[in-house]
Design a binder for this molecule. Structure first.
Ligand code: SAM
Length: 291
């Protein structure tokens, strides 16, 4: 691909194509090939792999992925980037560029269309536009297609929240929701100067190893996530008050905390996934008993 091995070269390349990075689309392009190789290397790729890439931008990561994987399907929202993106990737025949919005595109249908014979689990990578990180990760983890792992560059704070353990201030609904479906590994940090233009925040690369089964068995996922959301919505409150305030628990009725073996004076942020699951199951049982 056209080498842009410095911010100056990258700026000149964009200028040649009449492009300026769009802040609203989170366009911070990587130019440091060492960082790019490290991201691609984090996915343990082989020629058997099918990769979905989110936001190829100018294609620097896409090319690194294509060198290691069998097929790369890359979804980019900004159609203005396509002439330069295609030019940069013209030497690769195992890349399919799709113009679309990663928030709504049907990834299962893309896999069927471009990799019809593929029966394995794909790998998802991307230097994510930060404005959609959390909902996009949740969509990809829920989404109706088989995946083995996700490797993303995200804002450092978001990576820390995803991988956080109970008790700390980073631990929240996002930690529980991601850890329910995947085992997160914080890999390495990337400073702003690795991008053009540099973002205002530091970034980090995180790997999410998808679980074959959720981390905990729950009777009803919707109840589990209702309890989790309520517990963190009112972070400063005790669990008892948080669930009461959310309308999930009526203190005049059964003592769900005793039955779940969890002290009602604890704060939600101290509960691990197993405890949230126990509490949600007991809550569901009491709701069923009173119906
Ligand atoms: N992968 C390139 C790199 O590492 O240099 C670009 C990364 S840049 C942080 C994010 C890319 O995602 C941009 O190219 C942007 O246009 C694209 N993007 C933004 N929102 C998107 C969306 N909703 N769906 C797909 N791509 C999107």
């Amino acid at each position: 691909m056209s080498a842009a091995t410095s911010p100056t070269a990258l700026r000149a390349l964009l200028k040649n194509y009449g492009l300026t990075p769009k802040k609203g689309l989170g366009q911070h392009f990587l130019w440091e090939s060492r960082v790019v190789e490290r991201i691609a290397g984090a996915a343990d790729l082989s020629k058997k792999d099918v990769v979905l890439e989110i936001g190829p931008g100018l294609g620097i990561l896409t090319a690194a992925l294509a060198r290691q994987a069998g097929l790369v399907i890359a979804v980019e929202i900004d159609r203005n980037l396509f002439p330069l993106l295609k030019e940069n990737l013209k030497d690769y025949d195992n890349i399919r560029l799709v113009q679309g919005d990663a928030r709504t595109v049907d990834f299962g249908a893309l896999l069927q269309e471009y990799a019809p014979g593929f029966t394995g689990s794909c790998k998802v990578l991307g230097n994510l536009p930060y404005y959609i990180t959390s909902p996009l990760i949740m969509r990809l983890l829920d989404g109706g297609f088989r995946k083995e792992l996700l490797v993303f560059m995200v804002q450092k704070e978001v990576a820390e929240r995803i991988a956080a353990s109970p008790g700390g201030k980073e631990y929240g609904s996002l930690s529980v929701a991601v850890q329910y479906s995947a085992d997160p590994q914080l890999l390495f940090q990337v400073p702003p100067h690795a991008f053009y233009p540099p973002p205002e925040v530091s970034s980090a690369v995180i790997r999410l190893n998808c679980r074959k089964r959720p981390a905990v068995d729950v009777k009803d996922e919707a109840t589990f996530f209702k309890v989790v959301r309520a517990s963190f919505r009112y972070r400063r409150k005790t669990l008892k008050n948080a669930l009461r305030e959310a309308g999930l628990w009526d203190p005049t009725k059964e003592n769900i905390f005793e039955e779940a073996g969890i002290l009602p004076g604890r704060r939600g942020e101290t509960l691990d996934l197993v405890e949230f699951a126990r509490l949600a199951d007991v809550l569901l049982q009491t709701q069923e008993r009173t119906e």
